[in-house]
Ligand binder design. Structure first.
Ligand SMILES: C[S@@+](CC[C@H](N)C(=O)[O-])C[C@H]1O[C@@H](n2cnc3c(N)ncnc32)[C@H](O)[C@@H]1O
Length: 441
């Protein structure tokens, strides 16, 4: 094991040179005009990738639920919320001319002065919580690792992330921690006694209300807009559903659906007409999926707890099948299918610390191929399938549907048009979207 992913440069894989080697091998599959790219080019690509995933996107995106409200109304509401919270310091909010349901809240530019002086009261949060803060979240109780004695509710504190994964829960001497990353300042809402007192209860709720953060984004969350009006959703996730292009009256399958961010969007684009079957294997995620469907008035969604790799029964009696009865389904049942696959999530930004092992990274591939194969069987001839992941490896993306291992640069021009890879050129999260139609030969 060595630090910094095999080199001394910036990387979230601080303790695993194995991951660096694995990603290198993955990138070595890239060919340009039939020739593999040079070793130096691979290293350069990896450096860019690491820098990018360690950094924070400079905007927050919302998807507006056009069934309940309008984009203008959500912008007006957000402006009021931000004006109140930040004494009229309004960020720029923009929209896309052709994506009517997308709102982009930009970070404050450098002309706006933020109060980012470090205070003597230091609180340490874990790396996951740190990423969420940088993207505009307040600090929730489970994310806090360390806090000194004597801090009171209402005190101003400086918040740091443990980017080494070495701090123990309940840590007192927060000022002595080395290699912590300063994130910003906030107001304490829960005391140390409350957070770490072991009464058997899981601690919840906002523990620090962030006021200024180094990413310069306003702290916005699901509660910043009225219930069901809009959802915080990364642009690639919104695009994914738009590429699926759901139509009212169709029969559509969302194979990996919880927590329902895309299911609610698909249902809205269907205008609630037709059937959207939402499958999810993990029982503990169903409640959240149901709540989201209710919140977003997704009336045509039929939710089933089911393993989608087993969702197709080739031997099913074709006479007695009703989609509403749930899985398994017969072959050729759906007009469109979204396979938003479980993945290694290496496209998430920012990543302050990532402890994924090579075994974990490799473990997704077999599942992704099984899910893809089930999707192809379940799709009607001429039906449309969208395969997506929020990760960046070739093994989990292009190779899922072509075991020969060709990649974007090796595809024909026509084939490439059906693939969208979102990487370091874009200031959003890393994502992969591939779109297929089923042809019977
Ligand atoms: C990337 S997440 C889906 C996110 C979701 N599409 C959204 O936009 O809100 C993948 C989901 O697939 C679920 N999953 C994993 N294996 C599965 C399987 N074999 N069948 C169905 N769901 C599965 C996971 O529990 C997880 O909730």
């Amino acid at each position: 094991m060595s630090a910094s992913g095999g080199s001394n440069k910036k990387s979230p894989f601080k303790y695993s040179s194995d991951i660096h080697d694995e990603l290198k091998t993955d990138l070595q599959k890239i060919q340009i005009n039939g020739t593999c790219i040079e070793e130096s080019e691979v290293e350069k690509k990896l450096d860019n990738l690491y820098k990018w995933i360690c950094s924070t996107p400079k905007n927050t995106t919302y998807r507006v639920n056009l069934l309940k409200t309008t984009t203008e109304q959500v912008i007006q509401h957000l402006n009021n919320v931000i004006a109140q919270q930040y004494a009229n310091r309004l960020p720029t909010i923009t929209t896309f001319p052709h994506l009517s349901e997308v709102i982009i809240v930009h970070c404050w530019d450098k002309s706006i002065k933020l109060e980012l002086l470090k205070h003597s009261n230091e609180v340490i949060v874990d790396a996951t919580c740190g990423s969420a803060i940088l993207r505009g979240s307040h600090v929730f109780a489970p994310g806090i690792l360390g806090m000194p004695h004597g801090l009171n509710i209402g005190d101003t504190v400086s918040v740091f992330a443990d980017t080494t994964g070495s701090c123990k829960k309940g840590l007192l001497k927060t000022r002595e921690v080395e290699n912590k990353m300063f994130l910003g300042n906030g107001i304490l809402k829960q005391t140390r006694e409350n957070l770490f007192y072991n009464d058997g209860q899981i601690k919840s709720g906002i523990a620090i209300h962030m006021t200024e953060v180094i990413s310069r984004l306003p702290q916005l969350n699901a509660d910043s807009v009225p219930d069901g009006w809009a959802l915080l959703q990364n642009l690639p996730s919104i695009l994914c559903t738009l590429i699926l292009n759901p139509q009212p009256g169709e029969i559509i399958l969302d194979m990996c659906s919880a927590p329902g961010n895309k299911s609610t969007h698909i249902s809205a684009l269907m205008n609630g007409e037709g059937i959207l079957v939402a499958l999810e294997k993990n029982k503990s995620k169903l409640e959240k999926l149901k709540i989201n469907c209710d919140k977003f008035s997704s009336g045509n969604v039929k939710i089933f707890c089911y393993d989608s790799t087993k969702a197709c029964d080739k031997h099913m009696d074709t006479e007695c099948v009703n989609i509403n009865d749930g899985p398994p389904f017969k072959e050729n049942s759906f007009d469109r299918i979204l396979l938003d696959s479980p993945c290694s999530a290496l496209g998430q930004r920012p990543q302050l610390l990532n402890k994924i092992t090579v075994a974990q990274l490799r473990s997704y591939v077999a599942l992704q191929r099984k899910l893809f194969s089930a999707a192809v069987q379940l799709l009607k001839p001429n039906g449309l399938l969208v395969y997506s992941t929020c990760t960046i490896t070739i093994a989990e993306n292009e190779e899922t549907f072509n075991t020969k291992g060709y990649i974007v640069n090796g595809l024909t021009k026509e084939e490439s048009e059906y693939i969208l890879r979102i990487g370091p050129e874009e200031d959003t999260v890393g994502f992969f979207i591939a779109c297929f139609t089923k042809q019977i030969v």
